[in-house]
Design a binder for this molecule. Sequence first.
Ligand code: CAA
Length: 270
Amino acid sequence: MSAVSSSKAEQGMINEELIQVEFHDRVMLLRLSRPAALNALCKKLIQQLNAALDQAENDSRIGAIVVTGSEKAFAAGADIVEMRHLTFSDVTDKDFIHPWERLAQCEKPVLAAVSGYALGGGCELAMMCDIIYAGESAKFGQPEITIGTMPGAGGTQRLTQLIGKTKAMEMCLTGRIIQAKEAEQIGLVSRVYPDADLLKETLAAATKIAHFSAPVVRMIKEAIRHTTETELVGGIRFERRLFQSTFALEDRQEGMAAFAEKRPATFKHR
Ligand code: CAA
């Protein structure tokens, strides 16, 4: 496989601060790169991710997209520090986190290569991808409940579709974090690789897909999305609205403050 790492100047492509872009044959590799916050998904990161996705979708030389993070974290969720002081009217006026759905709307196939933490919004971002490959170090979870809120980008919906009601309930209601092997057993990820092989194997699969007929690839993806998304459309919006409504709760304020202040949260149930 020819790995072509290109600069913005060379390719006229996006290679910005929080998303590193590389080209590997017909595959665009997008690396979330915000190490100081374990790739927490702030507004700027999502804007840059979406811009890169637009670029990939508009470039006929690109046949597949790979999204990855670092060894320590795919992404540790929505940026709690950025969200902490938002009010109910802030999040409802701006339909907070709606732009995240761009990834789920990609017409080209998207593969996630997950090492380390994929928590909250990080797990949700991975589930928006078409195939998830995990390194042995990967850890998945929806721990929003521990900070007084709930999944807002598909955690209650896509997770339930993938692993079933009782397992999704357990993960979302207890915040339990599961290891890669368990994630594979319950159908959350397609395969687990040794961490050292994860990116190579993901790029190999993406390259294989990218060399098949692009219209046929698009049709297969569209057909599979049709069956999974018919049920999802209303649920994703419903979940996002409930997530936004948690911003009116004192418990949400307390949970996020406790995380930022590195102390246990004390919930008052209001
Ligand atoms: N938002 C903002 N900053 C985050 C973050 C997040 N989601 N996750 C980690 N960080 C920051 C930490 O604040 C810390 O920053 P400082 O060094 O400046 O203090 C840095 O990243 C390293 O994190 P830790 O020191 O906590 O690292 P650790 O190895 O001890 O723990 C962890 C790792 C278990 C992932 C822990 O960081 C953690 O629990 N993170 C939050 C996970 C979470 O609750 N995610 C859900 C967010 S809500 C959401 O995503 C809503 C939605 O559905 C859209």
